[in-house]
Design a protein around this ligand. Structure first.
Ligand code: PLP
Length: 394
């Protein structure tokens, strides 16, 4: 069968049929250990019984009503998520890019209420904020700034962890500073806690909204609900998406006052955002990750992976970075080669940037699944190293 998809992805040719926990199976029954969780989406793994039950039951009640009306799951979700994030209000949408578009609109409206020229947005080099025209403009990587111009004006990029550069860039014309606490797509690059604390202070002093993109880092993955909570910083707005509903599309902007009050009737909206099906799924995810000891387990498993990979002292591995179950392994060879070699051994891993293998396993991955998956990663690295050495010898 030939597919009719646009050529937007490097597809592997694998066709998955079903999954269980951190395992995926093809139709022929070939098993893969999943260290990708759909790029950080399947937070509760595959075929999680509570999630499946909640979605099935909700589908049998009501799947969607327009946003002029409310439903019990979306109301409950608005309460729970704002409580967990320690914020005042939430706007639900369908994806990370849409959440970032929303908070950019809030920032621009907030700025214009202070001064008509207060509309510049500062972001970090190496960041990734989405694939719409405005969010690729917000993305601080030149490779995204081609073909699709003209781009949205008003974005300024600064080096990560350089507080002097940020100090200079944040002017009276700046309405917001947007950052990922850990740059995911950019290569699992850590943004220093001290830098972010200093950035928060600068933003407060200058009436600039301090805004986190936690689309990839958020919702339990960092061993806390949000990475910013672990880092002791409190953004005015935070975007979350990916893992929030465990596989059903959802996004959210979590906002504190005064940002929470900026949008008014007619300023913004979305058809599907926060519909009862997605909300019912998200309620299960929030309930599961709130269980006593859940974040500690995420942290323990993340440390286990980092310690294990570091202990190999592998010649192809430069370093192991990350927080909780968001892990970057710096490698000396193209990371795609590692992903392919892993796949050949029944393990799915991701890449990030041009030098990093990225692991985003389901948050509920078991020790057994880890103990089965990690040796496959090591074997993949060993075989690539052996191939490299034999080429040098030959
Ligand atoms: C930090 C960050 N922001 C935004 C996005 C865009 O999210 P989506 O693909 O749901 O639009 C991503 C996706 O990878 C991301 O990692």
């Amino acid at each position: 069968m030939t597919d009719k998809f646009m050529n937007t992805y490097h597809r592997t040719g694998l066709v998955f049929d079903h999954g269980q926990g951190a395992r995926l199976y093809t139709e022929e029954g070939k098993e893969y250990i999943d260290f990708t969780a759909g790029i950080g989406v399947n937070s509760l793994g595959h075929n999680h019984p509570r999630l499946v039950k909640a979605i099935t039951e909700q589908a049998g009640k009501v799947m969607h009503v327009c946003n002029y009306f409310m439903t019990e799951p979306s109301l409950a979700l608005s309460e729970q998520i704002t409580a967990m994030a320690g914020c005042d209000k939430v706007f639900f949408c369908n994806s990370g890019a849409e959440a970032n578009e929303t908070l950019i609109k809030i920032a621009r409206k907030y700025g214009s209420s202070k001064n008509p020229d207060k509309n510049l947005i500062v972001t970090l080099k190496g960041s990734f904020h989405g694939r719409t025209i405005t969010t690729i403009t917000a993305t601080g990587q030149d490779q995204f700034h081609k073909y699709f111009g003209p781009f949205t004006p008003g974005f300024v990029y600064v080096e990560r962890n350089d507080i002097a550069a940020l100090d200079e860039a944040l002017t009276e014309k700046t309405c917001a500073f947007i950052f990922e606490p850990i740059q995911g797509e950019g290569g699992v690059r850590m943004v220093d806690q001290a830098y972010l604390k200093a950035a928060e202070k600068l933003c407060r002093e200058r009436d600039i909204l301090f805004v986190a993109d936690e689309v990839q880092t958020g919702v339990g993955r960092p061993g806390a609900f949000l990475a910013c909570q672990r880092m002791g910083i409190q953004p005015d707005m935070t975007a979350v998406a990916k893992g929030l509903a465990g596989g059903i599309p959802i996004g959210a902007v979590l906002a504190r006052d005064p940002a929470a009050e900026v949008l008014q009737v007619g300023d913004h909206g979305t058809t599907f955002g926060g519909n009862p099906l997605a909300a019912a799924a998200a309620l299960v995810v929030l309930s599961e990750i709130s269980a006593q000891g859940f974040y500690a387990e995420v942290e323990r498993k993340g440390q286990l992976i980092r310690a294990e990979v570091a202990s190999w002292k592998h010649p192809l591995v430069v370093d192991v970075r990350g927080m909780g179950l968001m892990i970057g392994i710096g490698v000396t060879i193209p990371p795609d080669n590692v992903a392919t070699a892993c796949r050949e051994r029944g393990l799915l891993v991701l890449t990030a940037g041009d030098d990093t293998v990225r692991l985003l396993p389901p948050l509920v991955i078991t020790d057994r699944e880890l103990q089965e998956g990690l040796p496959k990663l090591r074997e993949a690295l060993d075989s690539l190293y052996a191939g490299q050495s034999s080429k040098v010898r030959g």
